[in-house]
Design a binder for this molecule. Structure first.
Ligand code: NDP
Length: 246
């Protein structure tokens, strides 16, 4: 991936950080975009630079179209353009639907679905002009099979799958691919905040016999954004240890 520039949202920690480091290890320059403290995002960027490629840290809330436009401009100014977009930033606000407030619903849809759309929209014309681009959206098996307590999250991730397939169709003839990766249960700060009893019970039913690691997801993303995957678009690749088989 030498000479390519990747932008990873939610790249400061968890799965996004693993993706950013993996793409850097394959030679890509990487923009790490995150809504959290710039200091943490800069730490990940520094780890990337230590691998011998360029990196920049960008503070941006992907739900805000103006911030997204400014962030994309910053990345283009610092790294010269974007070839690979990984939409990884995501949040949960879990509750049974009965107790879920409209605000909890909107917040999750806004980050996971609208934020993903805004990022794609901000780079769409560039990808078309270049006749090259790789987009990977991080969905979830919750969006494919549903999950009690996650009406907002599952709906947002099902939406990400529909968005992925639509963008894949719109841009296929322009040399741009758009795919989704649907992780199962992955060890990150997000799952550390979940009900640990429920998580342990679910883990026991994973055929591979363990929870996934951020690096398992990063490997799938690296494949889909690589040159060998140019004929794969509109696909949803599960990285879940066999938890959800269709
Ligand atoms: P984490 O909560 O560990 O990391 C998410 C990152 O996204 C954080 O750095 C967070 O920043 C950032 N972020 C949140 N909201 C925004 C925003 N509005 N704009 C920009 N950045 C934002 O999550 P994971 O690493 O576990 O998850 C990464 C992705 O993988 C998510 O899309 C998630 O839904 C998906 N996924 C995770 C699974 C798992 O088991 N962990 C399973 C299936 C899917 P901040 O510091 O501000 O919070």
């Amino acid at each position: 991936m030498n000479g390519r520039v990747a932008l990873v949202t939610g790249g400061a920690r968890g799965i996004g950080r693993a993706i950013a480091l993996k793409l850097a290890s394959l030679g890509a320059d990487v923009a790490v975009l995150d809504a959290g403290a710039l200091e943490t995002t800069e730490q990940t960027a520094a780890e990337i630079r230590a691998l011998g490629v360029k990196a920049c840290a960008v503070r941006c809330d992907i739900t805000d179209a103006d911030q997204v436009a400014a962030a994309v401009k910053q990345v283009k100014d610092e790294l010269g353009g974007v070839d690979i977009l990984v939409n990884n930033a995501g949040i949960t606000r879990d509750k049974l639907a009965l107790r879920m407030s409209p605000e909890d619903f909107d917040a999750v849809i806004n980050v996971n679905l609208k934020g993903t759309f805004l990022m794609i929209r901000a780079l769409y014309a560039d990808f078309m002009r270049k006749r090259y681009g790789r987009i990977v959206n991080i969905a979830s098996i919750a969006g494919l099979m549903g999950n009690a307590g996650q009406a907002n999250y599952a709906a947002s991730k099902a939406g990400v799958v529909g968005l992925t397939k639509t963008i894949a169709r719109e841009l296929a003839s322009r040399g741009v691919t758009c795919n989704a990766v649907a992780p199962g249960f992955i060890e990150t700060p997000m799952t550390a905040n979940m009900n640990q009893d429920a998580l342990e019970a679910a883990s026991k039913t994973i055929p591979v016999g363990r929870m996934g690691k951020p690096e398992d997801v990063a490997a799938a993303v690296a494949f889909l954004v690589g040159d060998d995957a140019g004929y794969i678009t509109g696909a949803v690749l599960n990285v879940d240890g066999g938890f959800f088989m269709r």
